[in-house]
Design a binder for this molecule. Structure first.
Ligand SMILES: O=P(O)(O)OC[C@H]1O[C@H](OP(=O)(O)OP(=O)(O)O)[C@H](O)[C@@H]1O
Ligand code: HPA
Ligand SMILES: [Mg+2]
Length: 168
């Protein structure tokens, strides 16, 4: 089991939209892409934004789950594979396919999907150092001991002041 992350990187909807759009700008020169494969569930959100920016209407999912408890990675499960019609792109290599996820952490998820589509272009909005070598394009790198808090996982709540004992 990995050590719990002690730094927090909270991301608002606005910031996520800006960062996903910045990813689309970087990807605009890396294509053309015939299809997007998004790694659910986190990849669904950047996939919607990038698909809109790059005009890609063929969007497929590969369903992978590994973090079953908060900050704890368990056995990686592929719940749904990539459709044969998408695997056939690029003469079966995946060339011309854009694989999208919200982030790469240990890189294990990207590694499993890379084995399915070796020639595909892999992109994430955020990357940690261990996963970075598996990703072709990303926007922001955070340290390995940082936990990224996505807007769909959060709600408004009271924040204690940095200086203890000074709350009003
Ligand atoms: O690089 P790794 O260490 O493999 O971790 C990265 C993966 O972990 C999270 O997905 P998760 O399995 O939690 O499922 P979710 O997208 O449904 O939240 C995240 O969305 C990435 O897909
Ligand atoms: O830093 C993270 N944040 C959210 N989900 C994650 N899944 C793996 N790492 C992370
Ligand atoms: Mg995921």
């Amino acid at each position: 089991m990995a050590a719990p992350s002690d730094k927090a990187f909270p991301v608002s909807w606005d910031q996520f939209h800006r960062d996903a759009r910045a990813l689309a700008w970087r990807l605009a020169g890396a294509g053309p892409f015939e299809a997007i494969v998004c790694i659910t569930r986190g990849g669904l959100v950047p996939a919607a934004i990038v698909a809109r920016e790059l005009g890609i209407r063929l969007v497929e999912t590969v369903c992978v789950a590994s973090y079953h408890d908060y900050q704890e990675q368990g056995a990686l499960q592929v719940l749904k594979d990539v459709a044969p019609s998408i695997r056939a792109i690029g003469d079966g290599s995946g060339r011309g396919v854009l694989v999208l996820d919200d982030l790469t952490d240990t890189g294990k998820t990207a590694q499993v999907v890379r084995a399915m589509l070796p020639g595909a272009h892999f992109a994430t909005v955020y990357a940690k150092p261990a996963g970075r070598p598996l990703i072709d394009t990303f926007v922001t790198e955070v340290s390995q001991d940082t936990w990224i808090y996505f807007p769909w996982d959060m709600g408004l709540s009271y924040q204690a002041p940095i200086q203890p004992g000074t709350s009003g």
